[in-house]
Design a protein around this ligand. Structure first.
Ligand SMILES: N[C@@H](CCC(=O)N[C@@H](CS)C(=O)NCC(=O)O)C(=O)O
Length: 257
């Protein structure tokens, strides 16, 4: 049976599901990237399916199941496709981490849309700069350190149990996204995240993930998604070092000649 993922043609919150479907080698369709897909998604948002009224994309159809909410979709797919721990207690831990990653996504979103979801970033630049400063100076570290601490506690190179699960794929996406959106701030903190960076690199090398990342199915990051790169929202560029006074005087004298 195939899976139908309904989501905008951006990485955004749909990317967690895409990574799981790709890593599992599932038979799946990215509905909005196929002809007529956007209209099909809109019809369901308008109430066309008796099974489910989703509030917003992403939502998923698999067999007779319909569900929405990115974290729920990730756990559902991970647990069906062999990318989740076996025991119920560890499944709960994985769902907890996935929901926390969804919280992080909301905070990343709010760096460029701090006042209104319906207005563009350009209409809320000043508030965005303030919000992004708070995110970079405190929340980015708090969330990524949380993932790092979970990796340290597990001691197996993965977040839960001893095999790669859907939360590891989600953690990979978080590193990718933060590197894209906040390259300076993330690089400054990444030295404190050796386990998370190692996990990211392990996931990137998984054969199906590597093939997906190299394919056209992987939509590039851009400024319509959740992870957006606006230089004004990242750490400022380091100021060029001033030459010593003697060298400055020499340069001034040379320019007068
Ligand atoms: N908590 C939901 C958030 C869903 C969401 O905000 N979806 C966005 C795209 S990433 C959307 O299309 N929102 C439309 C809206 O909120 O009106 C999830 O994690 O799936």
């Amino acid at each position: 049976m195939g899976y139908e993922l309904y989501y905008w043609p951006i990485q955004g919150r749909g990317e967690f599901a895409r990574l799981i479907l790709e890593d599992a080698g599932a038979d799946w369709v990215d509905v909005c990237r196929a002809r007529g897909g956007m209209a099909k998604m809109q019809a369901i948002l308008d109430g066309a399916r008796p099974e489910l009224l989703p509030f917003a994309p992403p939502f998923l159809h698999a067999d007779n199941f319909w569900l929405a909410q990115s974290a729920l979709i990730a756990s559902f797919l991970g647990e069906r496709l062999g990318l989740a721990p076996e025991s119920e207690s560890q499944r709960l831990v994985a769902r907890t981490i996935m929901l926390t990653i969804a919280d992080l996504m909301n905070e990343v979103h709010d760096t460029h849309h701090p006042l209104s979801v319906d207005k563009t970033y350009e209409k809320q630049r000043a508030a965005a700069a303030e919000r992004a400063t708070g995110f970079r100076t405190s929340r980015l570290a708090k969330f990524t350190d949380y993932l790092e601490r979970n990796l340290e506690r597990a001691g197996t190179g993965v977040l839960v149990g001893n095999a790669v699960s859907y939360v590891d794929l989600a953690a990979f996406q978080i590193v990718e996204g933060l590197r894209y959106a906040f390259p300076r701030a993330f690089a400054a903190h990444a030295t404190k995240l050796p386990r998370l960076i190692a996990l990211h690199d392990t996931i990137a090398m998984r054969p199906r993930i590597a093939a997906y990342l190299a394919s056209e199915r992987r939509i590039p990051f851009d400024e319509t998604g959740i992870f957006r790169h606006y230089p004004a929202l990242d750490d400022p560029a380091p100021k060029p070092k001033r030459k010593p006074a003697k060298a400055r005087a020499k340069a001034r004298a040379a320019s007068r000649r």
